[in-house]
Ligand binder design. Sequence first.
Ligand SMILES: Cc1cc2nc3c(=O)[nH]c(=O)nc-3n(C[C@H](O)[C@H](O)[C@H](O)COP(=O)(O)OP(=O)(O)OC[C@H]3O[C@@H](n4cnc5c(N)ncnc54)[C@H](O)[C@@H]3O)c2cc1C
Length: 463
Amino acid sequence: MVESKRSLPSDAPRGRAVVVGGGYAGLVTARVLADHFEEVLVLERDAVGPDSGVHPSVPQGYHAHALLAKGGDVLEELFPGLRAELAELGAPVFDYGERISFLLPTGYAPPDPVGVSIQTFTRDELERRLRQRVARLPAVRLLAATACETVTGSAPGRLDRVLHRPRGAAGPTEAVDADLVVDASGRSTSVDRWLTDARLPASGTTVVKAKITYTSACYARPPEDRQDFDVAYQMTFAPGVPRGGVVLAVEHHRWMCSLFGAEGHVPPTDDEGYLDFARSLGNPRLAEQIKCGTREGEIHRYTNPGNEWRLHHKNPRWPERFIAVGDAVCVFNPVYGQGLTVAALEAELLGRLLRQRRAKGAGLDGLSRTYQRAAARLIQVPWTMASSSDLMWAPDRQPLSARFAHWYNQQVFALAVHDPGVWARFVRVLNMTAPPSLLFRPAVLAKVVRRALARRRGAGGAG
Ligand SMILES: Cc1cc2nc3c(=O)[nH]c(=O)nc-3n(C[C@H](O)[C@H](O)[C@H](O)COP(=O)(O)OP(=O)(O)OC[C@H]3O[C@@H](n4cnc5c(N)ncnc54)[C@H](O)[C@@H]3O)c2cc1C
């Protein structure tokens, strides 16, 4: 039994943390916890081994995953040398402006450098590398093929006891007590049940629907294939551009391709239909690369219903010793590529809070609420960016704020295709290396207003 009321001394890690879910967010969080706890137990229901990348409970892993620049920086801090390790396998590192063929709803983005560096690879390789590194940490114990059945409390108002058993096995569960339990079990989390069984209120949720279907495959590139881009992208944009897609140059000289469509625009899973869908896009580079590549493995499909945020930070009786991270808190529409970066930032935040407490000699009481509120402030920006855009799939019923944000985005896109300075700012905001306010500074705002006035005069003159 772990003592639960003592203070964490500032010198040595003490106590035990249990992480429910050994996927991406669970691994990144375990890396941070290993600096603060003597033992970090990670429970993963899939039978993952040292070489596992994507596994059955993470079906989204078969689809293109772009890591935003901010996420790349945080991962590199947590896992020094990760970028070089992936680069050795052939995952390119490049300037976002220079090597992306980016088709905005208003035309192609300028091909100028923007000073934002990113790297492209498969989710499969990323998860494999993270798991191998986390497994090597002395404090960490990864228990694979082990499902958390429930989380209960050693005292009222807590969730600090995890009951687990080998996946698929009948028989009794094993209980493990922890100083901190982390829910990293993804979008299928059972947190509502754990809370209500403990006589605590379930947290509310906010949902913004944006049904989008991904169909994806990986292609070996011919040895002589050298392109002047590492990403070709066509973004969807509500309500007029329901089809999009991306090809990413990834490790081992391959293209990772995802085609996606809103509502009824479902990319097919047969080769011919897949290529036809790619040909229907405005950016021809996707179809060109699919055509000259050799498909490896299956074509996978996944439908994401939209954005969903569990409002744990507003739960008036959020339990002690229990926090939630990654998709278990907030699922974003994947087209904005935010999930991996937000989970990395949440792990970084947790590390910061634990360090502060240790420096003060403070214990863990109150941490769960402080963490959940701070995580909500972190989620707010990407959430607003994703959800305000997605509200416009049904434009008629939307509040003025969403319609204004949509209108402003359109103006920024229209400027960006001719103005490398505006494009560079947009790229920084998109990659979470700058706040959205960067697009409302006078340099951009003045151009937006001038453009809007000129169009108004033009429309008036024509009329
Ligand atoms: C089609 C698609 C494309 C995407 N593209 C991008 C992108 O380009 N960029 C980006 O940043 N994000 C992208 N995302 C989002 C990204 O996939 C998620 O944000 C990320 O996977 C969240 O990681 P997670 O660890 O929270 O959840 P998951 O990856 O779902 O992992 C949850 C883990 O918990 C385990 N688990 C669940 N229940 C239990 C239990 N009871 N006991 C033990 N283990 C359990 C599961 O087996 C799994 O391993 C995309 C998502 C989709 C659907």
